[in-house]
Design a protein around this ligand. Sequence first.
Ligand code: MG
Length: 348
Amino acid sequence: MEGIDIIDPRFNSCVLPNAPLEALGAGFRWLEGPVWFADLDCLLVSDVPNNRIMRWTASGGVSVFRQPSDYANGHTRDREGRLIGCSHLGRCIHRTELDGRITVLVERYQGKRLNSPNDVVVKSDGTIWFSDPFYGIVTDYEGSKCQAELPANLYRFDPRDGALSVVADDFQSPNGLCFSPDERRLYVSESGVPFATDPVQHLRVFDVSADGARLSNARIFHKVEPGFTDGLRCDEDGNIWSSAGDGVHCIDPTGALLGKIRVPFPVSNLTFVGRPRSRPFICGSHTLYAMYVTPRGAARPLVPLVYCVCGGSAERCPISPTRRRSIAMRWIFVSSTKQRRTAMRGAN
Ligand code: MG
């Protein structure tokens, strides 16, 4: 198949011979941090050096969602569906509330400023896990050059009580991260010291403790070549879809490379999109790509939101109960047009 490398015969059933790689938008500087809003049928993605977040919809194509973005990088959604983002310039993790306000969740550890949070995931218990390397403070290109106050740690933040803990402290530069579908493992990319001639770059895996609060048994899981793992995602079978210098690599849970989707430019990140989450959207440097595959992206710990426009009454809601159940919505009743507009602006 053109543009597909089958390394292991198992990868044959992961790709479709008649599904080409599609370019959905171009002209960006460096795409990162894609996040899918299934309830709103839109993707948000950071264009980091251009200091903006873009929005893609099937009907409207690409438009600007937020500018300036404070050099936003990684994104995810919490269990309530709110946007959780990494800010290079703000050196923080923040949350976009349903009314559009931005709440800073984490900006300091033991009184010292974070470096430049890079990527973030939310576990099913609502805790927020993020990496904090130096990429946003070593130059002004993707943030603001300044002195680091902390090592490049991996953190766990519990928004219920505000507890912030270091879960791994031996990275040169932790980068993308992703839980296995059962959340017993956490995959984290090590992308090395910025500008090093021979940076340490590999994908690590940790065991997650039964209480979900700690990591152990760190080991090297896989080394992507060419390039390195930046962002990554799991599919429902536990395979890892990793960014790489020549595209997207699919790796099984033992660390064996199954195959590759070739992309014309180095890939920084991806996310599974659509219903049923079988269309990876791929950040290919300055171009946004997509391609249909057969596996489904692992369901993320997310309860999709739908803003009910019926004045707070489920009985008057225009969406049928069957439809509501089918997509496992969580309902937020918005009682006025003004509130509804504000909520939609905040969430999409
Ligand atoms: Mg990254």
